[in-house]
Design a protein around this ligand. Structure first.
Ligand code: UD1
Length: 340
């Protein structure tokens, strides 16, 4: 059984990916330092798959610990690297915290394996800024990042691309996520925002359950069907399955180049008001919302061209916006009865 290391494996996308890797027959080792997740997620994963996975508590910024880890586990056949900070607002307040954490961890990992590694990297559609053409393809130029967080994704992609050019044993796939939402069908894992959620769907579910007041829709004067901003929302379980497809591609050495990039979205955009409506329709819950000003740094509309992922990775998103809303709501209700 091929062994896959998942860094940040107790986080939102990481935990769902761990489950899909296990379901696909992989042996999984998780690294996390719980900087933005809970140790309880390990029990939740066990409750889903019925097996306790190997776990190592480690801060990937600690170079000597990462080197020790690589010496102990020389035989991993791939790494999916999720461990990173991701809060846009916090990154503006504390840029060095973001640059240090997101770069040191990536560099330590590659160095520890002496640039001989199959690596899947978590990138973001944020690298496109407001694209000139929609749907945006992987060939679209990247735009100056709006935040240090976004900049860590852009620069990390460059670090990987440049390192791949001189390291024939380093094989990397960068996955550019659109807007990951939803939760596992068992409602045992999902997103766990710290404090007030900044992202739309966790705010919606917390508002509906009574933890927060009404939602504010950030802007209704955009050039879109109803004036609210458009994003390509993707179910986290679909996203998790794309990581398994990326690992398979790296294992099969099918790539044309040792550095590849793929968009992961559904290829369809939804406005904020469409998401609010989908939540109400699919859960039967009523949402209160206000219209507020635009949020600074937001783009008007973005959705992905997913032709390349479909043709080359053989992966397509299967779940729709109603599935995303229902599963996110079931998770919020689970959390109410089973607080973390
Ligand atoms: C945000 C980040 C992006 C990151 C992504 C994943 C910003 C500017 N961008 O994307 O870099 O990769 O999360 O975590 O933060 N909205 C409301 N009311 C709310 C919350 C959101 O109307 O209370 C709107 C936003 O204006 C946006 C849409 O909902 O139009 C989605 O917002 P969000 O979930 O925060 O994701 P992004 O901003 O697209």
């Amino acid at each position: 059984m091929a062994k896959i290391l998942v860094t940040g494996g107790t986080g939102f996308i990481g935990s769902h990916t761990v489950v899909e890797l296990y379901n696909a027959g992989y042996e999984v080792i998780i690294i996390d330092n719980f900087a933005n997740s809970s140790p309880k997620i390990l029990q939740q994963i066990k409750a889903i798959i019925g097996v306790e996975l190997e776990f190592v508590r480690l801060d990937l910024c600690d170079e000597s610990k990462v080197t020790e880890f690589a010496a102990k586990y020389p035989d991993i056949s791939g790494v999916i690297h999720f461990a990173a900070f991701k809060a846009v607002g916090e990154s503006v307040q504390e840029p060095l915290k973001y640059y240090k954490n997101n770069f040191y961890s990536l560099i330590n990992l590659i160095n520890a394996y002496k640039s001989s590694l199959n690596l899947v990297f978590s990138s973001s559609c944020t690298v496109y800024g407001q694209p000139d053409f929609l749907p945006v393809t992987e060939e679209a130029p990247t735009k100056k990042a709006e935040s240090p967080y976004g900049n860590t994704k852009q620069i990390a992609e460059e670090i990987l691309q440049e390192t791949c050019k001189v390291s024939p044993s380093l094989n990397v796939i960068s996955l550019r996520y659109f807007n990951p939402v939803g939760a596992h069908a068992t409602a045992l894992i999902g997103e766990l925002p710290i404090g007030t959620p900044q992202n739309l769907v966790p705010f919606i579910t917390q508002s509906a359950i009574g933890k927060r007041g009404p939602i504010t829709v950030f802007g209704n004067d955009y050039d879109t069907a109803d004036g609210s901003a458009v994003r390509d929302y993707i179910h986290v379980v679909d996203l998790a399955k794309a990581h398994v497809a990326a690992i398979k591609r790296l294992e099969g050495a099918q790539a044309d180049s040792n550095y590849e990039v793929f968009n992961l979205g559904t290829g369809k955009g939804s406005t904020v008001l469409e998401i609010v409506n989908a939540f109400e329709q699919s859960t039967g819950e009523k949402l209160n919302y206000n219209i507020g000003p635009r949020r600074s740094g937001d783009v008007e509309k973005v959705w992905g061209d997913v032709t390349k992922s479909s043709k080359i990775l053989g992966w397509t998103a299967e779940l729709n916006v109603d599935d995303m809303m229902r599963s996110a709501w079931n998770w919020e209700k689970y959390l109410k009865d089973n607080p973390f």
